[in-house]
Design a binder for this molecule. Structure first.
Ligand code: NDP
Length: 401
């Protein structure tokens, strides 16, 4: 039915490629293209499938991408490289008439700042070209937006309070490692925290606001208020939201490592001169840390990510909690990956399936909550990410201060 190119052959690329490879009647021909072709070859070999080819591409370079797309003639591209590549890949899609999906919003390399404005600015151009871009179709962003859209459709007349709660209670046995690309991860969590309240953004110091959150099957874990990109699209697309926040767990040990690395300057993105060579400390740090795709085999424990929502239904106050728990070892058994890559890659595959089967297809640039959540929610469980919900029952936390 569709020819696709998956760009990026890291932790998430591995999951997307293997999940797509099993859907032969949907994704008839698949290419994995990335900066390091050997990584694409290794993933393709593990699938044992013949309808998968590989290629080398530098996705920072629009002409290289255009040539690749013109040669392979894909219907769509799934971008699971880094956020820096979002705009070049979207430019190449526009030139060649190819649909687009990603899991993280654009970030410029020289500024640790992420927001949708750069990609939303492509809306008219995509519409005119008759092609679609689906932004942020991983877990968070991704499932969290779809969960919120599902809550809005089935359980609320008005959503007022949204808290996204994200816990990784896994143990990979390393002293310090990040679960997705270290450079992107550290840029994200060393930023100021930000949340939406009463029509405007409020800022707090990095990791300065925290609280215990009681995660299903895991228990209470200290969780830190972060800025996360789906907050931006959700408060725009669901304007009744009065407050939207995002909470994520970090262990004390993780925070101590991070603090030391920050204090000694290793998380800086400002280039320095080292023995006559210009290097970026954070990029050097990334090079010495374990890669996300290496963490899977001995990873134990599970993730739990969900949305806790309060609002109004039929003139009465309602609470709602919807979540998924994913065991790292289940992800390993399914695709030889770890849970964080898995919870990102599975929704990306299903989002692509929604697009190429026409269930989610309209020209323009969209976030996931702008589509009917039902066909997605009907299928995500059988691909490995079943969900649970509680209406007017136990929440992850009760005090709403
Ligand atoms: P990895 O670092 O494991 O993989 C990134 C891949 O992109 C690598 O294969 C890398 O190549 C490739 N790449 C980097 N630069 C280029 C380039 N210029 N041209 C071509 N390929 C390039 O990261 P993850 O797999 O963990 O993360 C992938 C994406 O998923 C990130 O954008 C991340 O932010 C996002 N993500 C989203 C989540 C969500 O829930 N929405 C959660 C987790 C991640 P090489 O191997 O040569 O380095």
């Amino acid at each position: 039915m569709a020819r696709i190119i998956i760009i990026g052959a890291g932790g998430v690329g591995n999951v997307v490629a293997k999940k797509c490879a099993r859907e032969k009647d949907i994704f008839e021909e698949i290419m994995i293209a990335s900066r390091t072709k050997a990584k694409c070859d290794a993933i393709a070999k593990e699938t044992g499938e013949e309808h998968i080819t590989t290629a080398q591409v530098d996705a920072d370079k629009v002409p290289e991408l255009i040539k690749l797309f013109n040669d392979y003639k894909p219907d769509m591209v799934i971008n699971v490289a880094l956020p820096y590549q979002d705009l070049p890949i979207m430019d190449a899609c526009l030139e060649t008439g190819v649909h687009y999906l990603d899991t993280a919003n654009y970030e410029p390399k020289d500024e640790a700042k992420f927001e949708y404005s750069w990609q939303w600015a492509y809306k008219d151009k995509f519409e005119k070209a008759g092609i679609m871009a689906l932004l942020g179709c991983g877990f968070d962003p991704g499932m969290t937006g779809i969960y919120t859209a599902y809550a809005q459709k089935h359980h609320f007349d008005e959503i007022h309070y949204l808290d996204i709660v994200d816990c990784n209670a896994g143990d990979h046995g390393k002293a310090f490692a990040t679960n997705f690309n270290p450079e992107i991860n550290i840029r994200e969590i060393t930023q100021k925290g930000r949340y939406w309240q009463d029509g405007r953004w409020r800022e707090v110091g990095p990791l300065s606001v925290h609280r215990p959150v009681d995660y299903p099957n895991i228990g209470p874990r200290e969780s830190y208020l972060l800025y996360h990109e789906e907050l931006e699209s959700l408060v725009k697309n669901i304007p009744t939201i009065k407050r939207a926040r995002f909470w994520m767990t970090f262990s004390e040990e993780y925070i101590t490592h991070l603090r030391v690395l920050q204090d000694v300057g290793m998380t800086s993105i400002d280039p320095i001169n080292y023995q006559g060579m210009e290097i970026v400390p954070l990029q050097f740090l990334k090079a010495v840390l374990p890669e996300p795709s290496e963490l899977g085999e001995n990873y134990t424990g599970e993730t739990s990510i969900g949305c806790q929502i309060r609002g109004i239904k039929d003139d009465r106050e309602r609470t709602y909690y919807i979540w998924n728990n994913c065991k790292h070892q289940d992800a390993w058994r399914d695709v030889r990956g770890q849970g964080v890559s898995y919870t990102t890659g599975v929704p990306a595959m299903l989002g692509a399936k929604m697009m190429v089967t026409g269930k989610w297809m309209k020209p323009g640039v969209w976030n996931v909550e702008e589509f009917d959540p039902d066909p997605f929610m009907d299928e995500i469980g059988r691909y490995g990410l079943p969900w649970n919900e509680i209406v007017d029952g136990k929440l992850a936390f009760n005090d709403y201060d």
